[in-house]
Design a protein around this ligand. Structure first.
Ligand code: ZN
Length: 185
């Protein structure tokens, strides 16, 4: 078996550190990186000064369909797919950079991030698994996360048509509610 080059090994460690800093769980690291589980655990402890948490990962695509989560998921996935397709990033790099940009955008708009890194990673897996896709909103034309079996061209996105209860929540924080809109176009 060919030995991994030291430079490639260093790149993998850097990728692992970046993902751990952004909140990646062990399942995400083990699935995306070629480093051994022992080394990943050691890296995790070094970066976070604690052991990696145990437990199951979220597994339902329905989570991304609630209105706020859908806006956040759409913002992240549009960024991810731009980096991967237009920016020629690898999947791991697009995930890391896309998630970092998503968090920066939330901070800039003073919005609490709804997606953690694990949710962002799971979202990409649902796309790759053919469960989710980006569908254009028939009102604003922005692309948002929807089920693959949804009829195209019939949906209005959560920004154009938030649920009535959303008005109560966002009143007074209007900037937060409308901030992601331009990024989706
Ligand atoms: Zn819309």
């Amino acid at each position: 078996m060919a030995k991994t080059s030291l430079i490639e090994d260093a790149h993998e460690v850097a990728r692992a550190v970046a993902l751990i800093e952004l909140g990646a769980r062990m399942q995400v690291l083990e699935s995306e990186l070629s480093l051994s589980r022992d080394r990943l655990i050691r890296l995790y402890r070094e970066v976070k000064s604690e052991s990696p948490p145990k437990g199951m990962l979220p597994s339902s695509a329905d989570w991304y369909m609630t209105w706020q989560a859908n806006i956040h998921a759409s913002l992240f996935y549009n960024t991810y797919s731009f980096l991967k397709n237009e920016g020629c990033c690898s999947h791991v790099d697009a995930l890391t950079k896309g998630y970092r940009l998503y968090k920066e955008h939330c901070a800039y708009g003073c919005i609490e991030p709804q997606l953690d890194l694990t949710r962002a990673w799971t979202l990409v897996r649902f796309f790759n698994g053919g469960i989710l896709q980006l569908s254009p909103c028939r009102r604003c034309g922005g692309k948002f996360v929807g089920y693959k079996h949804d009829l195209p061209g019939h949906k209005v996105c959560a920004i154009c048509q938030p649920p009535s209860r959303a008005g109560k929540k966002v009143r007074g924080t209007e900037a937060g509610a409308s901030a992601p809109a331009p990024m989706l176009n």
